[in-house]
Design a protein. Structure first.
Length: 326
């Protein structure tokens, strides 16, 4: 597991699939325990050749070409993004000190260039071909005296699948695993919609995905309110569905991320789960208890509900979900 960030993105999935088709074998989201207790989880790890690959989102990782300062709630976003860059820098330094080659690829890089950067790093191409094009630059704040991780920058071949976020609880997750699908339809879910893009005009795709996910996390609180026996941990399931199976609602600007999923969701369409750590349970429990008062306009109760969102959801691969559901 890892602190919530964008994982299994379309660029990352495309790169993994392309490398696998070319015969490469690697570990996905592989935890490395390095010196001084440092833990790093590359998106793709070639353990025998000690190559760590990260596919970084332009918003979260401060891309010099597409990154920008958030236009709203800067007090919240600015330190959050700065910490992400600092974590990247520390991870790069720790990996390099441990003898790993680090390859960082921006999400906007063409798939062919991303493959070339990875294969160059593992020795399939000449080193000259791994040099990023002019203007790409290295990582922000690269340590002095150390070459920056390989970077390459422009557009992925997007599919017609749509990422949706389904609120759940741990008992609900257990039921999903038993039935091998989420249903019956229609299902209430959250996604990046035209209404959200209009409402949040300054946001890029990754930022908007985060907003949709957080709306689903808030909806998970509602499910916990309705189930007093459920463990007090928010659960959000990320699924990639054909666009024709996702319909917008009449909620519009009142609920700009809300969508209807028009068919049951097969388990194999769930790509990951986002779940509270156990340490968040007391705050989540207080948030659930405060929701009726918050709905009535009580500012103190709203503050308590918002406090649950101070806990980052943890990311789990789909194959890890059975261990959480019990």
């Amino acid at each position: 597991m890892r602190a919530n960030r964008r994982v299994d993105t379309k660029p990352e999935l495309a790169l993994r699939s392309a490398l696998h088709r070319q015969g490469y074998r690697f570990r996905k989201d592989y935890r490395l325990d390095l010196a001084a207790g440092t833990r790093v989880r590359p998106d793709i790890a070639f353990t025998a050749r000690r190559v760590a690959v990260f596919v970084d989102g332009c918003f979260w990782h401060a891309c010099p070409e597409h990154g920008r300062n958030p236009a709203v709630n800067e007090w919240y976003w600015a330190p959050k993004l700065r910490r992400t860059v600092e974590r990247d820098r520390a991870a790069d330094a720790a990996l390099t000190a441990a003898g790993w080659r680090v390859v960082r690829i921006w999400e906007h890089v063409p798939l062919a260039d991303a493959i070339a950067a990875v294969t160059a790093a593992i020795g399939e191409l000449s080193p000259a071909k791994s040099v990023p094009p002019a203007g790409c630059g290295g990582r922000l704040g690269s340590p002095r005296g150390r070459a920056p991780p390989a970077r390459v920058p422009s557009t992925w071949d997007w599919t017609t699948d749509m990422r949706v976020y389904l609120p759940a609880t741990l008992p609900g997750l257990a039921g999903l695993l038993r039935k091998a699908e989420i249903g019956p339809a229609p299902l209430r879910a959250f996604a990046v919609t035209p209404a959200l893009r209009e409402w949040y005009a300054s946001g890029d795709e990754e930022e908007l995905e985060y907003v949709a996910m957080m709306h689903a996390a808030r909806a998970s609180l509602r499910l916990l309110e309705a189930d007093p026996d459920a463990p007090r941990r928010r659960v959000v399931l990320a699924a990639d569905l054909p666009e024709q199976q996702v319909g917008t609602t009449a909620a519009g600007f009142d609920e700009p991320t809300l969508v209807d999923v028009l068919a049951p969701v097969p388990l194999d369409r769930v790509v990951s789960g986002l779940i509270d750590d156990e340490v968040a349970m007391p705050d989540v429990a207080r948030a659930v208890a405060a929701m009726p008062a918050a709905d009535s306009g009580d500012d103190d109760a709203r503050f308590v509900v918002d406090g649950a969102e101070g806990h980052e959801l943890l990311w789990y691969a789909s194959q890890e979900l059975p261990h959480l559901a019990g």
